[in-house]
Design a protein around this ligand. Structure first.
Ligand code: AMP
Ligand code: GLY
Length: 425
């Protein structure tokens, strides 16, 4: 079967790498892809937002399946358009993807499903938001309701900061139209975890747990990014906690989506805060996480293509996921300056030397080929991922690989997985 994969991040390189291992796969096309995906299939020069061109390409090549990586085309209904053209597509419909693309919708759905989340209110007028925030004395979190590449959330220590944040989002529109509405939420305390599940509309198959590292700096300091590294499994999520998360969050979410007339198919990603009172939802995403997908898929032993097809066909019940019990760690190497301004076009060296290490995969994100070399072309450049006998061994191996790779201005956090290592020891 031929497959078209949409996207160009580290997540898509990991998906492409895993699909390549499937006996069912013939040709793999990646639009637009990066220098890493080009090693797994054929990159196609179509932007992930150009839905008509993507549908045209999928029809022309008669692909058996389209897999959509990023949230933007999902929220614009790419799956609906593909299906209307008779093409099987993996991911939620445009209506169901609002679970990620509209945080106000997500809040409403959680209320309908009695799913534990932070107390929150939605505002579409700055004056109302301001009055509400001023009336609170607890720390608040201000979120642009729309899509903002994982950066649309400002965690505030007091109401004054909160009002300023709401003004930046709603009035100055620092996140563009995503800031038309805001969600003002109580700040939750605890450790975060990402729980991803395959959902076929009825059945739910939870993947192994993982933990992202959102802030740019060591010790979780500085502004939020798309994610600076991740590991799997997250020891904070014990087996009984995973059962609880499934029972109290995932099942009610899928049920509430059905009742809402927006059945959910694809990957459902719950970003959770593990508070002293139990797991509470920070956000839902309508897709694989990035970088969580890199360590998760490194551990997946089953055929990803088969699982994606089962999700589309509503036969997830018949599938079994097998996992490598060993933990894995992904360290993101970013361009200097990210998540702010950064330069592109820096030559990357040492990729071969890093990949030669046992149990290491260097997943590309913002990279491209230029005159025979690989150069940087985005904020997050590489997801250097390793698997090991222990989480500490996986971390050590990942950083060994990181230290073999150079490009001007390269930056990475040095403490990825430390929370898990502390918990284990
Ligand atoms: P989100 O995109 O909603 O997951 O938010 C991005 C990040 O902001 C999360 O990963 C958390 O680190 C932080 N965050 C979001 N909501 C809250 C909250 N209610 N309390 C504390 N931190 C939060
Ligand atoms: N790693 C966070 C996300 O994919 O949204």
């Amino acid at each position: 079967m031929d497959v078209l994969l949409i996207g160009s991040g580290g997540r898509e390189h990991a998906i492409a790498w895993k699909l390549r291992q499937s006996k069912q796969l013939d040709d793999l096309y990646i639009a637009p892809g990066n220098a890493g995906t080009a090693l797994c299939g054929q990159n196609v020069d179509i932007k992930d937002s150009d839905i008509p061109a993507l549908v045209g390409f999928a029809r022309e090549k008669r692909v058996g399946l389209v897999i959509v990586g990023p949230e933007e085309p999902l929220s614009k209904g790419i799956v609906d358009v593909m299906e209307a053209s008779g093409i099987k597509a993996f991911g939620p419909s445009g209506a169901a993807a609002q679970l990620e693309a509209d945080k106000a919708f997500a809040k409403q759905l959680m209320r309908a499903g009695a799913i534990s989340t932070a107390e929150g209110r939605v505002f579409d007028r700055f004056s109302d938001a301001k009055a509400y925030i001023a009336s609170r004395d607890e720390p608040v979190v201000i979120k642009a309701a729309g899509l903002a590449k994982g950066k649309g959330v400002i965690v505030c220590d007091d109401p004054a900061q909160g009002i300023l944040a709401a003004e930046k989002i709603m009035v100055d529109r620092i996140f563009g139209d995503a800031g038309e509405k805001v969600v003002v939420e109580d700040k939750l305390l605890g450790e975060e975890t990402s729980i991803l599940a395959f959902v076929d509309g009825r059945s739910i198959y939870v993947m192994e747990s993982s933990q992202d590292h959102k802030p740019i700096g060591d010790g979780d300091t500085g502004p939020n990014t798309g994610g600076m590294g991740a590991y799997s499994p997250a020891p904070i999520v014990t087996e009984s906690m995973m059962d609880r998360i499934t029972r109290e969050i995932l099942v009610p979410a899928v049920d509430a989506m059905n009742r809402n007339g927006t059945p959910y198919r694809g990957v459902l990603y719950a970003g959770l805060m593990m508070t002293s009172g139990g797991p509470r939802v920070l956000e839902f995403n309508a897709r694989f996480g990035d970088p969580e997908t890199q360590p998760i898929l490194m551990r997946l032993q089953s055929d990803l293509l088969e699982v994606c097809l089962a999700v589309c066909d509503g036969t997830l019940e018949d599938v079994t996921l097998r996992w490598d019990p060993r933990p894995s760690v992904c360290v993101v190497m970013a361009s200097g300056g990210y998540p702010g301004e950064y330069q592109k076009g820096k030559v990357i060296t040492g990729l071969q030397e890093a990949s030669q290490l046992d149990d290491v995969m260097v997943f590309h994100a913002g990279t491209k080929r230029r005159d025979g070399s690989v150069v940087t072309s985005g904020g997050r450049v590489l997801g250097v991922t390793a698997i090991g006998g222990t989480i500490a061994a996986a971390k050590a191996r990942a950083y060994e690989a990181v230290d073999r790779i150079q490009f001007e201005g390269a930056y990475c956090r040095r403490d990825i997985a430390d929370k898990a290592i502390r918990r284990k020891s």
